[in-house]
Ligand binder design. Structure first.
Ligand code: NAD
Length: 356
């Protein structure tokens, strides 16, 4: 089959990790008889430098017409002084909105060969950890009404958390469907003891759950969830939550794995379309040094094969290659504490591609 992939390398280490990811996808193509046509477009700082705007219309058009979108990372100190609306990171928020990517899927997986990278004790982490966070991505407080008003205490600012039943229903279905393919547990996280929007969230999740009698549903307040994630993370399978709580909890979960260079993510819409990107940013501190770990982006490509292109065997091939790479003792600098024999970005891409 032929697939068109919109590729947005971005800034910093983005282009470096993307190069290796394309290499691995090409190896998958050769093994399974697929052609991946990569259409490279700009967003973020690279687009500001080339076109004066962080998200050119052409990037949106190419992304919309592709089968899927692969993104490296955007941002960097060069553009930090720009006002909020013009910053590279704004490109991400706009892309999510333009493409209708309302479901952010972040697996937090501790590979058994990397269990000692986790800051949690071995008796807590066991032989590994495998959680998926399903975060609502285009609603809630990040997109709600905001403004400034004068009060008796002086100037005040506000941001409104608002969720509709429709928005809660569709993200809930994503979580329940995902749980069905996994261990069958959805943990919905809210603050229903305080927030009206959370009470509607909980009521709606309960209603959706009636369509999934085979899935176990439990509810956590966000403060308890953040504590339980450290105390006993293995109790979780799929965590379903809002934009704000998901932003925070997914960073917490990523730290439990101990290796931000390993974490992929997907942002999905209705149907199969999605944008796939590593959880990490553009890491300007190591850009150009060959130290970037490309595995998060390579594993994001595996998610793309699984969720959008419906190629589970091909996705397995990438994930198994990464497992074998780690089991063979190969490590990038971030995983080896800077050991002198750490593999470079390119050596990692070459080895994983060869292991496909
Ligand atoms: P970061 O994730 O870029 O880096 C945090 C730390 O992790 C750094 O020490 C970095 O060297 C290390 N690191 C990150 N990815 C790595 C990899 N693949 N291999 C090895 N080490 C890795 O976060 P930051 O420093 O807070 O942000 C840097 C820039 O990236 C900022 O401009 C920020 O806005 C942007 N950012 C973009 C995205 C995105 O594009 N989705 C996400 C987060 C941050």
């Amino acid at each position: 089959m032929n697939y068109t992939i919109a590729v947005i390398p971005g800034d910093g280490i983005g282009p470096e990790v993307m190069e290796e990811t394309k290499k691995v996808l090409e190896a998958v193509g050769r093994k399974f008889g697929h052609q991946f046509a990569f259409q490279t477009v700009l967003a973020g700082g690279a687009a500001i430098d080339a076109f004066g705007e962080c998200l050119p219309q052409n990037t949106i058009d190419v992304a919309k017409s592709a089968d899927a979108v692969l993104l490296g990372a955007v941002g960097g100190p060069k553009w930090d002084a720009l006002p909020g609306e013009q910053r590279p990171e704004k490109a991400l928020l706009r892309l999510r909105k333009e493409l209708g990517l309302y479901a952010n899927i972040r697996p937090a997986k501790v590979f058994s060969d990397l269990a000692d990278a986790s800051p949690l004790r071995p008796e807590i982490i066991g032989k590994g950890l495998d959680i998926v966070i399903v975060r609502e991505l285009t609603g809630g407080i990040y997109f709600g009404k905001r403004g400034h008003v004068e009060t008796e205490f002086g100037e005040a600012a506000y941001d409104v958390e608002q969720y509709s039943v429709g928005e809660i229903r569709r993200i809930s279905r994503t979580a329940f469907e995902m749980a069905r393919k996994r261990r069958g547990i959805v943990s919905s996280v809210d603050k229903a003891n305080v927030l009206e929007s959370s009470r509607l969230w909980r009521k709606t999740v309960n209603e959706v759950a009636e369509d999934y009698p085979d899935v176990t549903l439990n509810h956590f307040y966000v403060d308890n969830a953040s504590m339980q994630l450290i105390r006993d993370p293995r109790q979780f399978d799929v965590i379903l939550t809002s934009n704000l709580f998901g932003d925070i909890l997914s960073d917490e979960a990523s730290q439990i794995t101990g290796s931000i260079g390993m974490l992929p993510s997907a942002s999905l819409t209705d149907g199969n379309f999605g944008m796939y990107e590593p959880v990490h940013g553009s890491a300007p501190d190591i850009a150009g040094t060959g130290k970037a770990n490309p595995l998060a982006t390579i594993l994001s490509a595996a998610m793309m094969l699984r969720y959008t292109l419906n190629l589970p065997e091909e996705a397995d091939a990438i994930e198994n290659a990464v497992d074998r790479f780690l089991a063979a003792g190969f490590r990038t600098a971030d995983l080896s504490g800077g050991a002198p024999d750490a593999l470079s970005t390119k050596e990692t891409g070459d080895r994983v591609a060869a292991m496909i």
